[in-house]
Design a protein around this ligand. Sequence first.
Ligand SMILES: Cc1cc2nc3c(=O)[nH]c(=O)nc-3n(C[C@H](O)[C@H](O)[C@H](O)COP(=O)(O)OP(=O)(O)OC[C@H]3O[C@@H](n4cnc5c(N)ncnc54)[C@H](O)[C@@H]3O)c2cc1C
Length: 397
Amino acid sequence: MSEYDVVVVAGGGPAGLQFARELGRRTDHSVVVLEANERLADNDKSTGGTFEQVVDGFDVADDVVMGASEDVVFEGPTASVRLPISNSVLDFSAFLEFLGEDAEADGVGVHTGTRVTGPLLDDGRVVGVRTRDDETYRADLVVDGTGPDGTLTSALGMWNRDAAQRGIGKEFEVEGRYEEDAMLFAFDHDVAPGGYAWVFPAGDGVFKAGVCWVDDFHARRRTDHTIDDYVRDWLDADPRWTVESIRAGHAGEVRSDNSVNQRAADGLLAVGDSVSSINPLFGEGIRPAMESARMAADTAIEALLAGDTSRRRLAAYERRWNREKGSKWKTQRVVGELLYDFDAGQQDAFVERTGRLSDAAADRLQRYDLSVRDLLSLYPYRRRDLRKVPTLLRHAW
Ligand SMILES: Cc1cc2nc3c(=O)[nH]c(=O)nc-3n(C[C@H](O)[C@H](O)[C@H](O)COP(=O)(O)OP(=O)(O)OC[C@H]3O[C@@H](n4cnc5c(N)ncnc54)[C@H](O)[C@@H]3O)c2cc1C
């Protein structure tokens, strides 16, 4: 091993923990994760809906998977289609604990209750972090996995979280009856103005139902209701489900942009939502967080071995992300700009068109691999959309 062997990861979410897990499993480096919360499980914002690429691709333990189904249902105000897309729902808190324990079993140190306040710099290079308790951790490589807080990426001017689009989500975990054996998404401004509502099956007699919206689009559909009201109305509204009890509530914000951002600096890599890896079209963030962590780990392992954690070397990860994900995320952000601003007729037409996708195209939809041609086939164009062109062009570049 080279003399470069100390790695500090700020943030114990899916991205930071998966990065630590990769290094723990694949190297003998000394890796420590610093998590602000007292327990990893306290980060419980997410509904945990995900796909086989996470459950199988990252060896997720069966006991953190609450439920699974073979289909995804898309609904508009009146239209409904069923797509053959298998999916799973994680117990998000248990998932984080699993990732942490798995990393610890490979020698990673997980320090909870430790808030990172900023980078430690030497001649412009990141050489460690400072914590709220005035401790310093020196490292050959620092990783920002602090999610939308972007504690280090913001301090270093790598990512402008305030310029990113903000969305919020609220979900209840419910004991009761849910008849659809599928992950359901509803694009309907009456249930989720400027966003979408969802119901995910989460095991026997349990389901999760929530609402999210993007502030920009929600603001165009002014309403006096809070997001909490919308989730409760959504739970009351539909005979396909009944509520016996609400056993938990989860909520949080997301910040997303084109995802083509600076991901490497001298001595530092950024993973997950600390640099907006979340998919900007549907707000799916666990899979991209894990994928960004693995890509970053591939680069980090080579860089540490070579004793060179300069930006020049670490930028291989940034280029790979942009090539494999960022360029697609950029196109999908443009699609999201249209989707969440559709009128009711367009929402129905969009849903009907997704129902015409071949099985292969539905698989591409699940992988965010749709071609521009596929995307155009889903787009229910209206003349008035022309006024959106300047905004769309701004996102495209
Ligand atoms: C309501 C809601 C529902 C969602 N549902 C889904 C879903 O069903 N499926 C899906 O794929 N995605 C979903 N997402 C998105 C997904 O949860 C995130 O994209 C994903 O968790 C990002 O992982 P991350 O590790 O980058 O960041 P995070 O999960 O945000 O983790 C960051 C961690 O860093 C810690 N931290 C922050 N600042 C500091 C600091 N200064 N020092 C130390 N630690 C710090 C935080 O406490 C946190 O534990 C949802 C999001 C919300 C808000």
